[in-house]
Every structure is written in structure tokens, then in C-alpha cells.
Design a protein around this ligand. Sequence first.
Ligand code: DX5
Ligand code: ZN
Length: 220
Amino acid sequence: MSDCNTRIIAPSVLASDWGKVGEEVRRADEAGADWLHLDVMDGHFVENISFGPQFVSAVRPHTELTLDTHLMITRPDKYLPMFIEAGCDRITVHVEADHDVSATLADIRKAGLQCGLALNPATLLEEVTPFFDQIDLLLVMTVVPGFGGQSFMETETMPKVAEAREIRNAKGLGFHIEVDGGIDHRTVEIAANHGANVMVAGTSLYKAPDMPEAILAMRG
Ligand code: DX5
Ligand code: ZN
């Protein structure tokens, strides 16, 4: 298990060609990705609908990479068993969603998976600090969730990344800090300098002319 000081590159399948998703998953694997990021959207928590547990099951046999599943859904607790069954390795839920956050995080861990907690750009860090000792990963959204291809929201989000790292280290905790949205070879260094180590990228990797090179550039 890599620690929170290791830079991890996680392409977001949302930006891939879904008509050949098996090939696209293998392409990211062969291009040197560390994790695969799966963006689940329910059209209620976010203004878009993407895919569900059956899509995760379809992806699973095509790679050994860690499936880093981002549930942008209102009731992550209700659908958790289906995503666990589908083969997720890590499940991240939103603090803004309609569930008992501690209970959901505990249920993810009880299933033997790593758990993550996400906060949107407008959400204050104080909303998630009470859960810092219950998580394996903090996802600081760097765009408003729902769509790929948006611009990196530096001023609203980087102070939260820096403060999260400070609090984590002061408490002797070891959770990953993940950023997600508008991450490319330029913004990845801004995020890393503030304390992020898991870099989710959809457009800048899947739309790159040379994915292996784009992943290498993202490693700094
Ligand atoms: C947005 C998703 C992100 C998005 C990233 O709601 O959570 O993972 O797919 O896409 P890019 O890298 O294109 O901003
Ligand atoms: Zn995501």
C-alpha cells in the first residue's frame, strides 16, 4: 500500500471512449497509471448521470489496477453493497450527501476496502476534519463535480489541501490527499506543492496524444 507521500496518478474513465471501455482501461494500465478513477453520478447529487455498479463490474476484469470509485450520489450508504460486490478497491463518498458519514466510512472498511471522504469546492474544510481519523483518503474537489473538462479552481481549493496536510501531519495520520478536476501537467505541481499526492485526471490523460508521456509528465 503506497503512503501519502507517494505521487499516484489516477486516470478518470469518465473521459475515456465508453464504446471500447475494456480497451481504454487496458490502455491506461499499459500507459503506467497507478489507479483507475471511476466517477459514479446519479443525476441528483450532481447535474449529470454517468454509470453504476454494473459498469464497475464490466471494468473489473480488464485490469488489476486499484479501482478508485468516486460516488457522486445522494445515498452512498444505500448503494454501497452493490459497489462492493462490483469489485471496487476504494470507495469515496461525499460529506454533503444524505447519509451518516461515519457509518458509511465504517461500512466501507468493514468490507475490507479503503474509504475516502470528498468535499466540494464550496464546502469548508471544517465539515470533514471530524472524520480525519476514520479515512484512508481525503478528496478535495478542484472543480464543481458533474463534468470532466472544467478548469482547476485554485483559490477556492488549494488552501484546503494545505490545511488538510497540516492537520493530518500534526495528528500523525496518514490518509492520502486526492485532487480531482482540471488536473494537468501544470496544475498537478500546484496541487502537489500544497500537499496533494493522488492526482485524478480525465481529459488531460485520456485526450492526450501520448498517454504514457502525459502520465510521466504528471509525475513531475
Ligand atoms: C468530475 C469528476 C472528475 C472528472 C475529472 O465530477 O469527479 O473526476 O472526471 O475530469 P477532468 O480531469 O477532465 O477535469
Ligand atoms: Zn471524480
